[in-house]
Structure formats: structure tokens, C-alpha cells
Design a protein around this ligand. Sequence first.
Ligand code: NAP
Ligand code: MG
Length: 400
Amino acid sequence: MAKIRYSTPIVEMQGDEMTRVLWDWIKEILIAPHVELNTDFYDLGLENREKTADAVTLQAAEAIKKYHVGVKCATITPNAQRVEEYKLSKMWLSPNGTIRAALDGTVFRAPILVDGIKPYVPGWIKPITIARHAYGDVYRNSEIRVDGKATAMLTVNYADGRTESKKIADFPSPGVLQGIHNLDSSISSFARSCFNYALATGQDLWFATKDTISKIYDHRFKDVFNDIFAQEYKDKFEKAGIKYEYTLIDDSVARLMRSQGGFIWALKNYDGDVMSDMVATAFGSLAMMTSVLVSPDGNYEFEAAHGTVTRHYYKHLKGEETSTNSVATIFAWSGALKKRGESENNSALIDFASRLEKATLDTISAGFMTKDLVSLFSKEGVTVVPQSSRGFLEKIAQKL
Ligand code: NAP
Ligand code: MG
């Protein structure tokens, strides 16, 4: 059979460690036999980021703006230990942070539900989608180690010459200090992405911050959401029979645990990072979650929400067999292929992406899965057969 073709490239970003290995195998075993891949390729592996002084990450972000669809493998965010391990000239920034800052927008993360895997929270019968703001706050912070008695000030120098200053704290002894920011424009596009996504999927939207404590910063988020909702979305939500609700973050967490799921939970950048790991794990595994960055001007970047699975990679390097779950990375590819199919009205490509997802889920519900899922799975009449990383992909290929 002829391979499926499409005309506009997809931006492909290769990454690190075990996910780098899975990336090549997914292409070889599941995609290349069916699709004539046309990608604009960037190697975001740490060695190449070092070689290019991280220019490759910015080039990849620019390419996503040009071609509007990208797919990214997990990458190492260097810390002191990685600087040593990879002999880095600098502790390069998180590639995800760099790309998100360049594209702005919102990261939507939804659990991948499989027949046979029950969530740890028995009440959650429908998926919970996290909408994570992808700009600013602690991810673009400025920090100072205060090493003696001091007074710390917060100062704004306006372009028109005004200045505004406030005392943060008197330091009687050493401590730490952090400055964070956000922009009305970014908060507004975050709000619109969330309202649009709620309408597109017919789900209620919850938004939560800590505005009782953060009376200016978090309160601004709340006001922007409320204003945009009242002016642009209230009628549309009523027509669609869905609701928008603002709650305090702690109240929201408590209500979430008692809910049945089936809604979108919009969160600030850090809250979204932490809570998406919690929700993904509760629904099964970090590797059973889709993640897509949607920018306000219509760019899509698909990725897995988990990391490079370092521990498995070191086993792999020693020649030992691994059992690493590739589902999130497969769904990153299927998401990108589907989006490209939609942008080109290419029903063969859209259909392939859907079949790839179905084959993946059917493989698991037939009992073939990686070890992380084994203890979670139970289905009458189905015997679990644990798979190696590569064996799992080969099982999916058979179904496909
Ligand atoms: P991680 O790679 O997500 O792995 C943490 C643990 O979770 C693994 O050791 C494994 O547990 C389990 N796990 C995660 N993904 C799995 C999968 N696909 N299949 C099976 N088990 C899986 O997080 P990390 O160890 O904290 O970080 C490793 C590197 O990834 C770091 O350098 C970090 O900077 C980077 N990172 C990148 C991204 C990204 O690019 N999106 C996100 C997070 C972290 P067991 O060991 O118990 O099997
Ligand atoms: Mg995280």
C-alpha cells in the first residue's frame, strides 16, 4: 500500500535519554511503515544544545511559529549534576520553558483512559483536563541569595519616568528572595484559550488561584478571567449548557477529589505543573497523559508530560531490558499528525492517527502493557503479559 503523504512539514524535536530511544523506535515501528514523514528536524538533545549554545531550541520555537504544528520528545533540564555529567559550559534553561515563552499560550493535559485501568480516586469516572498557563511566574523568576543583614525592595521603573517602590522585607540575617511577573496580555490569552477549549469540548471550566493571599498578583488573574468571561463568553457558555466557576485553589483541590471529573481545571503555571502530575498519576501513570501547548495565534506543540526516564536509560545503556511506557509519546505523534491532517483536510492522515491511538489502547486492554501499568490493570478474562519497551511497540504494530 502507498504511504500516506502530507505537504507542510511538522516540526520534530528530538530529545534525551530513554525517551530519545523510544522516539526513534516509535517512528521506525509505528509511523514510518504507513506515513511518508515530512518533518523539519531539530535535535534538542543536551549534547546538541551545548554544541549550538542552545540556539537550536530557539530555532525550533521559530519553526513552530512558521509551520504551526510541532512534536517534542522529553528533554533534560540541566541541574548542577547534569552540568558535570555532560561537561556543559552553562546550565542551559529548560527547553520547554524557552519554547513556551516564545509561543505563549496554555498547556492542556488530559489523562488517557483505558478499559481495565481504574483511577486511584474511585469517584473519578470521567477525565479531568488540566489547562496550565505556560508563561511567567516562577518559571521566569529572578532570585537572589541574601547573604547578610539587608532590606529588600520591589521597584518598577516605568518607561515614562515614574518609579514605584515597596519594601519586601527587612532581612535581620541571611535568607532568600525571589521576583516573579506576568503580563495582562498573556493572562488574557490564557483565559481565552481556556474558554475556547471548554466550548470546543463541551466541558465546564474551573479556574483557581490564591487571590485571598495574593491580593494584586493572583487577583489580577481572577479579574481578567471574570471580565473576559462576562464580555465575550457568558452567552456562549449558556447556549452550550456549560459553566465557568472561579474558586480558591485549596477549595478547588478539595472539590476535585470529591468530583466525578469531566471538566477542565485551569491553573497558573506552577499549580498546573504540580497538579497535572497528581491527576495523571491518579488516573494511572505519568505516561498515560496527553500534553499540548496551544498558543493564542494557533500554534500547537505536542509532547509527553513526563521526563526522559533516566533510571530506565541507564539500564538500557548497560544492555538490560527496559519496560518504559511509550503511550504519551505515541499520543504526542498522533496528536501532531491529526492536527496536520486537519490543517490540510487530509482524511487519510487523520484516520491513521486515530487508528494508531486505538491500536495502542486496544493493545493494553488486551493485556499487553509496560510494567508501570501492570499493578493497576484488572479486567475479567484478560491475562496480563508484561512487555519490554520495544516489545510493547511491536504488539501495537500488530494491531495496527
Ligand atoms: P521522569 O523522567 O518523568 O521519571 C520519573 C520516574 O517516573 C521514572 O524513574 C519512572 O519510575 C516513572 N516514569 C516516568 N515516565 C515513565 C514512563 N514513560 N514509563 C515508565 N515509567 C515512567 O522524571 P525525572 O526522573 O524527575 O526526570 C528525568 C529527566 O527528565 C530530568 O533531567 C528532567 O529535567 C527531565 N524532564 C523533562 C520533562 C520534559 O521534557 N517534558 C519533564 C519532566 C522532567 P521508576 O523509575 O519507578 O520506573
Ligand atoms: Mg512537571
